[in-house]
Ligand binder design. Structure first.
Ligand code: SF4
Length: 449
């Protein structure tokens, strides 16, 4: 971190437009200098200044991408120890361990589990992010066969696991150009594995159970020109893993200790044979501070709560989750279908649309831009008010899609119906239910004629 906050401030536009979510350019610059803001949050920095500030603005924990295309994931780039200080950025990625000494049907079963574990929650797709392929046989050709087999069954990113450089090379060649994470460089193999990662341009995990040695290895690999690394403190005992994960994060953020400025991988599957305890450990490492967490299987009872935990922790607490402001077709609505409006808070949208869907009454659901606030909060903040709703209705084109002119508003804002009547003289304002759960019964008896 070469530049002070004032140095950075001199290079910013100084318009105090607040688009970066800081009140002034100076406040943004100060946070940037402390590694607690992201330069990308200011859209007005020129490419020239961006390049100049790149070192000063680089996150203290490097972002590392594994995989390619739609399935690729990034871990790292975290700026804070505690989510409430700002936010966490790249959610923990969960993976499943598959080894080349497993029977074929076990390999297929684990890949299938990982593939089938996919859930949508508040508009976000939650899924198993990576498959960790381990060479337990010590046989390079057997390992390459496993990589080829799994690659044929799944497009998920891969981690190739062996401490034998020849085995890793065979695995990397079998994987082709899918940008797998090589695991792992150790004190014994660091030159050969480091060179392999460099030659193939692949991210590399570095492992040592001693934090001092881990730092030395990380520095050595950086000296060899490697940039994309993942750390494995590898103590394989819950207490020590937890202590190491916290120590690494603190050293990277508080002391700007560059050898630890990388995301971390954890293996709860190697710390216990008890499935429940393994899941609890995975939850612990999700909270502090595992970037990648590898499990022994991906059964739904375990994965769903872990995925939701990661979603919750990595959701920005300062920015309500919002859906796009527009009319959504629920079912296959036509010109006689009911028209409803609500706010664009994700949870509100998904609860209301879910109840409409459950009613089996096709409908048009209009979502007004309320900056992600719920109906009552948005009303109190002046965002879900007659003028805003009328403007949305008048510009949405809904009047061309339906023959009737009945607009259902949430029961919680019944008090605005009179004023909304005046704003939308062509529409009849109908007061809907207060609770979304009552919508199905309401819609089934509602008539637009
Ligand atoms: S977005 Fe850029 S120009 Fe606007 S206040 Fe933030 S730093 Fe200043």
């Amino acid at each position: 971190m070469g530049l002070s906050g004032l140095d950075i401030f001199k290079k910013l536009p100084k318009t105090n437009c607040k688009e970066c979510n800081f009140p002034t350019c100076l406040a943004f610059a100060m946070k940037l200098a402390q590694g607690q803001a992201n330069l990308d949050d200011c859209p007005y920095v020129s490419d020239e200044v961006r390049a100049e500030l790149s070192e000063a603005s680089a996150p203290p924990i490097r972002g590392v991408t594994v995989g390619t295309g739609d399935q690729a994931f990034k871990v790292g780039e975290e700026l804070v120890l505690f989510r409430h200080e700002k936010t966490f950025f790249n959610p923990t990625v969960f993976g499943v361990l598959i080894s080349d000494d497993m029977p074929q049907d076990q390999v297929e079963k684990l890949v299938k589990q990982a593939e089938e574990c996919e859930h949508e929650r508040v508009g976000v797709i939650l899924k198993v992010g990576v498959l960790a392929l381990k060479c337990a046989s010590g046989d390079a050709s057997k390992f390459a066969s496993l990589v080829e087999k799994v690659k044929g069954l799944s497009a998920k990113p891969l981690i190739l696991m062996s401490e034998d450089p020849a085995v890793l090379k065979a695995g990397a060649e079998a994987a082709g150009d899918v940008n797998p994470l090589l695991y792992a460089a150790t004190e014994a193999n660091i030159e050969a594995v480091g060179e392999l990662a460099k030659e193939k341009g692949l991210p590399l995990a570095v492992k040592d159970a001693d934090l001092g040695k881990l730092a030395e290895l990380s520095e050595k690999l950086t000296g060899m020109g490697l940039k994309d690394m993942v750390l494995d403190p590898a103590p394989r005992s819950p207490k020590d893993s937890f202590t190491d994960l916290v120590a690494i994060r603190r050293a990277a953020l508080k002391d700007k200790f560059k050898p630890f400025g990388f995301p971390v991988i954890t293996f709860p599957c190697e710390e216990t044979d008890d499935e429940l305890y393994e899941t609890v450990l995975a939850a612990l490492y999700t909270c502090k501070y595992g970037g990648i967490v590898i499990l022994s299987h991906a059964e739904q009872w375990r994965m769903y709560p872990l995925l939701v935990l990661a979603l919750n922790i990595y959701t920005d607490p300062q920015r309500p989750m919002a859906v796009d402001s527009k009319f959504y077709e629920i079912g296959a609505p036509d010109e006689n279908s009911p028209v409803l409006v609500t706010s664009n808070f994700s949870l509100t949208y998904f609860i209301v649309s879910g109840e409409i869907e459950g009613s089996k009454v096709p409908a048009w659901l209009g979502v007004v831009d309320t900056d992600g606030q719920s109906v009552l909060t948005a009303w109190a903040a002046g965002k879900f008010v007659p003028e805003a709703i009328a403007k949305f209705i008048n510009t949405s084109g809904i009047a061309d899609k339906v023959k009737h002119r009945k607009l259902i508003i949430p029961g919680y804002v019944a008090q605005i119906s009179g004023e909304l009547d005046e704003e939308l003289p062509d529409w009849e304002i109908v007061i809907g239910t207060r609770e979304a759960a009552d919508l199905p019964a309401f819609l089934r008896q509602f008539s637009t004629s």
